[in-house]
Design a protein around this ligand. Structure first.
Ligand SMILES: [Zn+2]
Length: 161
């Protein structure tokens, strides 16, 4: 859903940029050049991307369990998929091999290192057909302590949430 909104926003940004481009001759009484449009376009998209990824689309629970900081970095190769949930499964949950293109969903486990206190936090990500450390967080657990006082907490999504 967020991805769909994002595409809509991108489209809207381009409309605004194009409109701005058309308005330049009216306000400045000269013909704008194409490279100007491209540069303005990229700057505007970059700024909007930056603002939105830090506000609207940011997962608020994806933060350091030690210092509560949000500057955390995915530890390469720390990720691992949870149990596979097949679209068509046998009674015991295993893959139904008779069904072609039988896709699955899975949760995802990953570890992030804090840039501020160097603590390591483990996340359990929501079940997705595209499991990765980018999926929303449903559980946060401290793995190793940071180098200052603890302000953060372990957390898990409330029941029914
Ligand atoms: Zn931290």
């Amino acid at each position: 859903m967020a991805r769909f909104l994002w595409k809509l926003l991108e489209l809207f940004s381009w409309l605004v940029i194009t409109l701005f481009f058309w308005l330049i001759p009216i306000f400045f009484d000269k013909e704008p050049s194409l490279w100007l449009l491209v540069i303005i376009g990229f700057v505007v998209l970059f700024v909007i991307d930056f603002i939105f990824s830090r506000t609207v689309f940011r997962d608020k629970e994806k933060k350091c369990a030690w210092c509560d900081g949000t500057k955390i970095k995915y530890k390469l190769l720390s990720g691992q998929e949870g149990p596979k949930l097949w679209n068509s499964s046998n009674k015991d949950g295993s893959k139904d091999k008779r069904v072609k293109n039988n896709n699955y969903k899975a949760s995802y486990y990953s570890e992030f290192e804090c840039k501020e206190c160097s603590a390591t936090t483990k996340f359990n990500h929501e079940i997705s057909s595209n499991p990765s450390h980018l999926a929303n967080v449903k559980q946060r657990t401290l793995v190793s302590k940071g180098n200052n006082d603890r302000k953060g907490t372990d957390w898990r999504i409330p029941f029914g949430g």
